[in-house]
Ligand binder design. Sequence first.
Ligand SMILES: [Zn+2]
Length: 279
Amino acid sequence: MGFMGSFDAVDDRLRRWIARHRRVFALTGAGCSTASGIPDYRDDRGEWKRRPPVMILAFRTQDAVYRRYWARAYAGWPRLTSAAPNAAHRAFAQWESAGTLHHVVTQNVDGLHQRAGSRAVVDLHGRLDVVVCLGCGARTSRSALQDAIAAANPDWRAEAVTAPDGDADIDARVIESFVPPRCEACGDLLKPDVVFFGENVPTERYEHAREALGRADALLVAGSSLMVYSGFRFVRLAREAGLPIAIVNRGRTRGDDLAELKVERDVGTALAGAVAAIA
Ligand SMILES: [Zn+2]
């Protein structure tokens, strides 16, 4: 589904759509964070750009997968922590302050909505800055774990990373020499507190988001191709409830046929103007 007319006409339709609704539920995805330097894993057609993310079963059961994951994650962390909120995150925070954005449910795990000042945020897929033990369930901070990893790998060359898009590509020899972290309390495997492929969104978190959608009068999808079902199901729920749906995304999405408005633009560019008009 393409769009008709000029950018200006589409922007005006988005402005009017935002001005028309009082309790908007926004679902945001990778396209909100790409301008912050955090890579999107899918291209405009919804295809994987590089390798797909690690599957939970392989992570739990294969030492080599576990080691490779943590070597790349450890090396890529400085880039993630140096990322700053962009115009998209600022627009959502401003919209919430204006009073008509009810909730942001994000598929992103970078915490940038909160850093931009948004308060009513559900991190649907968790947060990278928290680590959970798969054995005892202990939760710790990622930055503390980074220090522990550094101490256990004093001579390891994280700069062997050759990652133009941030998805740390380290050669096999370097990865083999990496000592992956273990839980300090019980010795079991550690995982960032994010939903891996093959895992479900925790029930309580999903219910919280669903209740928020139940109190909303419209759904805006921003920067997501909706290829992951945990996000797409909110579009289906909104449709079943008869809520108007708008989508801002460069490239097609799985929800295009269900939306009354589709804006093929960068999220920050499209939202900044539209939100400024109501604030
Ligand atoms: Zn443990």
